[in-house]
Design a protein around this ligand. Sequence first.
Ligand code: SIN
Ligand code: FE2
Length: 216
Amino acid sequence: MLDLFNGEAPWLEPLAPGAGILRRFAFADAPTLLEQIDEIARRAPFRHMVTPGGYTMSVAMTNCGALGWTTDAGGYRYAPVDPLTGAPWPAIPASFLALCHRAAQALDYGDFHPDACLINRYETGARLSLHQDKDESDLRAPIVSVSLGVAAVFQFGGLRRSDPLRRVLLEHGDVVVWGGPSRLFYHGILPLKPLSHPLTGTLRYNLTFRQAAKAN
Ligand code: SIN
Ligand code: FE2
C-alpha cells in the first residue's frame, strides 16, 4: 500500500505497517489552521496538564471536538467539558475535518470520523515522552497528526516500549497517519530545538485527530 516509488503518491513516506507520513500535506492550509488554533485557544486556553503521577507536562494542550483529552491527578480521560472553563470544548472547524479526511483517505482509512482533536503547543525544550494513544474506546480508527511551525523529531517504535525506534523529522505541514497494525505503536517527540518558523516563531503546534467514543 505505502509504496513511495509507485509514481502516484511521491509525498507518501512509509513509516510502519498501516502508517505513513504525508509530507507537506497541510502546507497550503497551515495559515488557516493556525488562525483557527488561536480562535479555539481564546475559548479553551492552552494549559500545562498534570499527569496522574504528578508531573506537569512541558507541552501545553487544549482540545476541540465533542470530547477532549485531559489528564490530572485522577487519571487520563476524554471529557465533553473543558475542566478549566466548565464549558464544552469548541467544535472541530470544518477546515480541520476536511484536511483530516483527505489525509486518512490517502492511507486507505476511508471512514474516519474524529470526535476529538487534541492541540499540542511545544515551546523550546518541550517534549512528549514515549507513549501509546490508548485512551480511545474504538481502536479501529486511525490517528491523524498534523505538524505546524518549528520542526521536531518524532520517534515511532512498536507495540512494546522497548522496540527499536525510528526517528523522523516532522516539518511544517507534514501529516502522519497511523492505524491498523500500528495503531498502538509507541511514539513521542524529542525536546524542541531553539529554532524559529516564520508563521509560529519559536513554537511548534500539533493537531491529533482521534475517534475517542465507540463508533455506532
Ligand atoms: C501525540 O503523540 O499526541 C502528538 C505527537 C506530536 O506532537 O507530533
Ligand atoms: Fe500520541
